[in-house]
Write a protein that binds this ligand. Structure first.
Ligand code: SF4
Length: 328
């Protein structure tokens, strides 16, 4: 998962959705009050509705070191620890009791984690699984471990990061040959009957239809199915970054007045397990694992009672763009 690293502030200045005041742009709230904005207004929030999806963060170790990575992942990184089956087994079982519909996995690169396959084996016996991957060497080295999982009761889908329909541009940040390797991974997954979609980067003023047509042309040329689905992500910034995006007040949330309209916020239907300093914590969503106020050390069930205040700068991406890591 990752994005071009242009400041969100640049885009806000040209926003046609709402005027942005100078105060909004300079207010810092990363470590500010949980319930109120820097200007003292009640902060916008999202209440939990139902558990559709449980994310498992496999850790910030990755085989690549993309400078724009929203997780700050790179080889050997340990900001978030490698997850093992013993860490998550009880949570997966609890999630099933709570009616979860899908287990999703992100990193880092999940296939860098030596025993990740154990978690995937267990999870795919309980619910459908969804894995975000760069589909390069770590996955290609484990194809023999993936094939037997096709016999498990629930399917495993993959979403592969392919930033731009331009190998050279993709490889600038991901490393030479990464684009070709990812195509190899996509081809293997698709040819072996796994459902695959693409995570691409969204840029300002892009012609989305043309971008995706360019991808499909490459897929056709490479003998890969050209009907893969795309998810485009906005810029989320790197961990701990404060990008100057506006605060979200309760008044702002009138744009989303009902439970139904707030249902696109991931924190209304998902939670994420993260291992940090050797302890598993339950976070509100996949986008806020760099702010401990969004995490709790209790059970999954306990975390569902917590109102999520929209303080993190990435909440503004959800607010404005409806960003979701979940679909398709
Ligand atoms: S980043 Fe989005 S999903 Fe996460 S807590 Fe903020 S609004 Fe909710």
């Amino acid at each position: 998962m990752g994005e071009p690293h242009f400041p969100i502030r640049d885009r806000l200045m040209t926003s046609i959705l709402q005027p942005i005041t100078a105060t909004d742009l300079t207010a810092s709230r990363y470590r500010g009050a949980w319930t109120h904005t820097a200007q003292g207004e009640p902060r916008g929030y999202v209440d939990f509705q139902r558990l559709k999806e449980l994310w498992i963060h496999t850790g910030t170790a990755c085989n690549l070191a993309c400078p724009f990575c929203l997780e700050g992942s790179r080889p050997g990184d340990d900001r978030l620890n490698a997850m093992q089956l013993d860490d998550v087994r009880d949570y997966l079982n609890e999630a099933v009791e709570l009616g979860v519909e899908q287990f999703s996995f992100t990193g880092g690169e999940p296939f860098v984690i030596k025993r990740f396959i154990d978690i995937l084996t267990y999870a795919s016996q309980l619910r459908p699984c969804f894995v975000l991957t760069n589909a390069t060497d770590p996955l290609l080295r484990r194809t023999h471990q993936l094939l037997p999982l096709k016999d498990n009761p629930y399917p495993i889908r993959f979403r592969v990061s392919l930033d731009y329909p331009d190998a050279a541009r993709h490889d600038i940040d991901r490393g030479e040959g990464s684009f070709a390797k990812a195509l190899e991974g996509i081809r293997w997954l698709h040819d072996n009957g796994f459902d695959v979609s693409i995570a691409r980067q969204m840029t300002t003023d892009e012609d989305s239809a043309q971008v995706e047509a360019d991808f499909r042309e490459i897929f056709r040329r490479e003998g890969i199915s050209d009907d893969l689905a795309f998810t485009a992500f906005p810029d989320f910034g790197t961990p701990g970054e404060e990008d100057g995006s506006p605060e979200i007040t309760e008044g702002c949330m009138e744009k989303y007045p009902t439970d139904e309209s707030r249902a696109h916020f991931m924190c209304s239907y998902s939670r994420m397990l993260v291992k940090q300093n050797g302890q598993v914590r339950v976070y509100a969503c996949t986008l806020v694992d760099d702010d401990p106020d969004y995490g709790a050390s209790g059970s999954l069930r306990e975390s569902l009672d917590t109102r999520v205040m929209l303080r993190h700068h990435r909440c503004f991406s959800c607010y404005r763009f409806g960003a979701s890591c979940s679909a398709p």
